[in-house]
Design a protein around this ligand. Structure first.
Ligand code: TYD
Length: 137
């Protein structure tokens, strides 16, 4: 498995009214949630998303509706996850290249992030990422 990443089961409260899923800073994720964003409007012909890594940011990704695939790459190994239920989340640590694709129609991909948006935290170039991921280890 990719070292700083893991699939977690979220706390869920299910009763006749439906289901309620919970994410708490310091409980579900060990980082403070500083930013929330969500991706939607993808179609089967949309190009992949992601194609970046973060230097320090951590995040939790949840398919709150629909489904999509995420491939993670820490510079040494790859792992692909299919997120297809709102009761699960994928924690992605720093220095992990990710590609999101194969979105089911009407998918909403929710991301809880440990930092505000800061372009300088991104690797957008795979070769630069790979070089640093391999030399920092
Ligand atoms: P981008 O990073 O390309 O999306 P992804 O890599 O997840 O496919 O983000 C799309 C655009 O939105 C890009 O111009 C940067 C901007 N953006 C923000 O301004 N704030 C944010 O919190 C995020 C995630 C993106």
């Amino acid at each position: 498995r990719i070292k700083p990443c893991r699939l977690i089961r979220l706390e869920q409260h299910i009763d006749p009214r439906g289901s309620l899923s919970v994410v708490e800073s310091g409980v579900t994720v060990d980082f403070p949630v500083q930013r929330v964003y969500y991706m939607h409007g993808q179609t089967q012909s949309s190009p992949p998303r992601g194609l970046h890594a973060h230097r320090t940011l951590e995040q939790l990704v949840i398919a709150v509706h629909g489904a999509f695939s995420i491939t993670l790459d820490d510079g040494f190994q790859h792992a692909t996850y299919r997120l297809d239920e709102p009761g699960a989340g994928l924690c992605i640590g720093p220095m992990v290249w990710r590609v999101l694709k194969d979105f089911a129609p009407d998918t909403v991909a929710l991301v809880l992030a440990s930092q505000h948006y800061e372009e300088s935290d991104y690797y957008r170039d795979y070769d630069t990422f790979l070089h640093d991921a391999r030399s920092l280890t």
